[in-house]
Design a protein around this ligand. Structure first.
Ligand code: ADP
Length: 211
């Protein structure tokens, strides 16, 4: 810890938004159906960042025997999979991408415990979160988008009962994270209600000032 301190102080003092180790790490935040994955993909391409989607990582395991069955139970219930599983999965993915210009976290962290453990892990690697993009949109629009996506996504959690539970989980467990990052002044609100290119445009305007 002590030996990391001088590095962080130097870097944080000399670069915008606390960039460390020349990496730029951000979180794309918002309710289910906000378009986090769509926007994260575009941003990742533009800036050569690693797109780390917790939902996608979990879905890759769905065919994996007992673990897959367990993940599916949580997803179909609209509940968070246990932190122990999620944290390990994300840390492995971070380690794989450490040689890249940065990470965009999509769907992670999703509760306060995940947020704190992510900070700790990044810190150990002399990294930090520089920005949280908060995609703001109302529930009606979000539900409409998920139902539309459900026609082609093949995702068993894109149905109206699970969606209601996903929103409840978001309100109870995920929203509190915003306060946690707001105290650090790194949250930027984006109007997520608009069309995809319009949302992208707002995000690019923010990022071009920082990256
Ligand atoms: P959406 O953002 O539309 O809800 P995701 O693909 O991000 O879709 O998540 C789908 C499901 O995967 C969640 O409802 C939850 O069960 C699980 N999940 C995704 N990310 C996390 C996470 N960080 N922690 C725990 N569970 C998660």
């Amino acid at each position: 810890m002590v030996e990391q301190l001088p590095l962080k102080q130097t870097v944080a003092g000399s670069s915008p938004a606390g960039r460390t180790k020349n990496m730029f790490n951000l979180i794309i935040f918002g309710p289910p159906g906000a378009g986090k994955g769509t926007q994260a993909e575009i941003i990742a391409q533009e800036f050569n960042l690693v797109h780390l989607s917790s939902g996608a990582l979990l879905r890759q395991e769905l065919d994996n025997g007992e673990l897959g069955a367990e993940i599916k139970r949580y997803q179909d219930a609209g509940e968070l999979v246990p932190d122990s599983l999620m944290v390990t999965m994300i840390e492995k993915a971070i380690i794989k991408g450490l040689n890249k210009p940065g990470f965009i976290f999509d769907g992670y962290p999703r509760n306060l415990n995940q947020a704190k453990s992510l900070d700790e892990f990044l810190n150990k690697n002399s990294l930090e979160i520089a920005l949280v993009l908060n995609l703001d949109l109302n529930k009606d629009e979000a539900v409409k988008r998920i139902m539309l996506r459900g026609q082609t996504s093949g995702r068993s959690d894109d149905n109206i009962t699970t969606i209601e539970n996903r929103f409840e989980t978001y309100q109870k467990e995920t929203i509190p994270i915003l306060d946690y990052y707001q105290t650090r002044n790194i949250v930027t609100n984006i109007n997520g209600q608009l069309l995809i290119p319009e949302v992208t445009e707002q995000i690019m305007a923010v990022l071009k000032k920082l990256i």
